[in-house]
Ligand binder design. Structure first.
Ligand code: V47
Length: 379
């Protein structure tokens, strides 16, 4: 193939078969509506099976959103509340601990913790959330605080990110979720969340986390005011950092839900757009081990189909999710393990329960609360 020529499906296929990296232009070509989705899906599936075989991972997890009060006003967010808004809430230590107890009682291996940037709460309040939960429930993996919260802690304390992350690790932080990435390109970021950490800050925080040995996830919020160029730019920046550090475990494409947001006039992305984005993510992010089809956000049907379009992870049972449900998600608030496994088996895949770090989990069939790691399944 002649380098620099116009991309075609044939030369993209050749590259995928030869395990060669796709270019920015290839990514743009794949996003053209006339590029057949089923062919992109087939190529993404090939990469998915190369990396993860027939396995589709899931975990038993819960969410904790300690407050919805937030100084920021991201236009896409239906969850946030003003300081004096009657919708605003802040959880007490006792409520936080009760959630930890409920999680362990229900066999959760992971708690996904994020929250608003509260006008009056100090960094110590956020640090303390991790500390008290870890002290009370050391077996529960705490995947907590996005790059945006860490940047807020930097602002509050005037301390370096490295010192903050180390302190959180010492208190019991196990990994970081991938939120807050939205769309990196300033043409979009400046319109939807101009006040929050820019691309280089978000990426720098994840770089530092990786250097400290933390695994993190990464996301992209699509289907609002961005276009294909912004999406491929976003994926390229993630791919570049992953080349440097190897610290991202999973990429989660997040479909925009417009209800109750400042962008309520926008239609939510179609299933075709969702599947195209899952597949293109799998193809572009050749160095990230897992692609998550977050069922809460995609809906159950699309998440099931996504397993043939590059996704190898459905996330979890997910208790207490608020960010998507406040924005109009009609998915249930919790799936049982049997439901999750059925969704996977029906899609022709092998369900594998994992912990946050992609170790295989086995459970005592007579008691959900008893589990152990059997095998490390991820690099
Ligand atoms: O950063 C907010 C997105 C993210 C809306 O790391 C919205 O395993 C759509 O990052 N419509 C938070 N999206 C969620 C997140 C996440 C979810 C699941 C797993 C993991 C992981 C991370 O949700 C925010 C933002 O991009 N978001 N509002 C909305 N109305």
């Amino acid at each position: 193939m002649i380098r620099g020529s116009q991309p075609t499906l044939d030369n993209i296929r050749e590259k995928v078969l030869a395990e060669e990296r796709l270019s920015f232009e290839d990514g743009l070509f794949l996003y053209e509506p006339t590029t057949p989705l089923h062919e992109i899906g087939e190529l993404a599936n090939l990469v998915r099976e190369r990396k993860n075989g027939d396995r589709t991972y899931y975990n038993i997890n819960t969410h904790l959103n300690t407050t919805n009060v937030c100084v920021y006003r991201c236009t896409f967010c239906a969850f946030r509340a003003d300081l004096r808004d009657e919708r605003g809430y802040v959880m007490s230590d006792a409520e936080i601990l009760a959630r930890g107890g409920e999680a362990v009682e229900n066999g959760c291996t992971e708690m996904h913790i994020v929250g608003g940037l509260h006008h009056q709460k100090s960094y110590d309040w956020y640090l303390n959330t991790v500390r008290i939960l870890h002290e009370a429930y050391p077996e529960l993996h705490l995947k907590a605080w996005t790059g945006v919260e860490i940047n807020w802690f930097e602002f509050l304390t005037k301390r370096p990110v490295r010192a903050i992350l180390q302190e959180l690790i010492d208190a019991g932080l196990g990994s970081m979720p991938g939120g807050g990435a939205e769309i990196f390109h300033p043409e979009v970021r400046d319109k939807i969340c101009e006040h929050k950490s820019d691309a280089s800050k978000w990426l720098d925080i994840h770089r530092t986390a990786h250097e400290l040995g933390l695994r993190t996830n990464c996301t992209m919020l699509y289907g609002h005011i961005e276009n294909a160029y912004h999406r491929i730019d976003h994926l390229s920046r993630l791919r570049e950092l992953q080349d440097e550090t190897g610290g991202f475990q999973t990429f989660i494409p997040l479909a925009f839900h417009p209800e109750n947001t400042g962008l309520a006039h926008i239609q939510k992305p179609s299933a075709v757009m969702d599947l195209r984005t899952v597949a293109i993510s799998r193809l572009m992010l050749d160095n990230i081990p897992h692609i998550k089809a977050y069922w809460i956000m995609l809906g159950i049907g699309t998440a099931q189909a996504a397993q043939a379009y590059g996704a190898d992870d459905l996330d979890g049972t997910v208790r207490h999710e608020l960010i998507y449900h406040d924005a109009g998600a009609t998915t249930p608030e919790l799936l049982s393990v049997d439901d999750l496994r059925r969704l996977i088996v029906e899609a022709g895949r092998e369900p594998v329960e994992r912990d946050t770090l992609y170790n295989r989990i086995e459970r005592d069939p007579t008691d959900m609360r008893r589990w152990h790691v059997t095998e490390a399944v991820s690099s």
